[in-house]
Design a protein around this ligand. Sequence first.
Ligand code: 7TS
Length: 414
Amino acid sequence: MAAVRVMRGHFDVERVRADFPVLARQVNGRPLAYLDNAASAQQPAAVIDAVAGYARAHHANVHRGVHTLSQEATALYEAAREKARRFINAASTTEIIFLRGTTEAVNLVAQAHGRPRLKPGDEILVSWLEHHSNIVPWQMLCGQTGAVLRVVPIDRRGVVDFDRYLAMLGPRTRIVALAHVSNALGTVLPIRAFLDAARERGIATLVDGAQAVPHLAVDVQALGCDFYAFSGHKMYGPTGIGVLYGRERTLEAMTPWQGGGDMILSVSFDGTTYNHLPHRFEAGTPNIAGAIGLGAAIDYLKAIGMERIGHHEQELLAYATARLADIPGLAFVGTAPEKSSLMSFTIEGVHPHDLGTVLDSEGVAVRTGHHCAMPVMEYFGVPATTRASFGLYNTRAEIDALREALLHAIRMLR
Ligand code: 7TS
């Protein structure tokens, strides 16, 4: 499988770009400017090769066979778990559960942790800027248990109100579930402070890290959360794979969510003994290739270094903010002082969907819509925004292309 070269010295974006085959292609006769990384990021050759290399030479089911291929597949799968553990500095691989992604992780916590524990009138706290996948599973849980979902407000910048949060933490609060970084606004929450306040009160905490892990170094032990969830495809890995970190003592106290193969030690019609962590929460044949691809993505990110990546992206954000600020009628949605490298905006007199279509004709890929964060759109009184989100391979030239395409679209659509 492809070796990853460690990057030394300054961040060389052209060298990074050469690692991503898709970036060489044209879209509608223009060089692709891929600015939809918050929805899903592209994969470097090291990830593509790891997945293909596994299929070519090692594929078999894991944790089952004594034959060579099964043992190799198991070793590769478990090595990926160790990479994920180190990536977020979990204490043990027993705390790393592979599943489909952030969405499945939140649902698992709601059903396996929340459902047996919550009583009518208990409270779950989320913020106003959450992605639907950190809202709807809790609403479903409320429907099942009689618990109540409470929402911490944001302000016009898109900052979650910390004082209101403190005031809302009450004797009935059982779970706090917050995004580390907002996908619709880019807000980076001072998550440690939010978590500290919950932990002091004995409240279970979940962090939706889907938009954080591609951009900043995460240390779950330093954060002190019970759960931390993220998706492979937003961090240059494959789709259909993600991680739920769960603190061991919290996971130990939970019964499985789904039953099936691999999550048991023994089964008879008199009863079943569940497997040890983390396998207890991985019923059925897992996404082995996806986990291996995610491991390769982690190797890739580490070889460049999260600090370097964050620095490059913050520089792009500052450049883009300045370049777009004087576009007539453009208004940024989400202006928090701490932001990740994305910008949501509206343009007066132009519908985002029309805008997205014209930008695509210019080779510029952005997302338009509600970004699966409809409460955010409701708060700002807009049906949709246009969102450009930057990753480690984006360049100033692509931001210039975005600006030109926006000016072109405005001339066409207004
Ligand atoms: N949480 C956040 C903060 C997200 O941004 C997303 C996906 C999810 C959870 C769900 O992740 P999944 O991998 O389980 O689907 N966000 C987006 C987005 O912003 N545009 O498309 C998907």
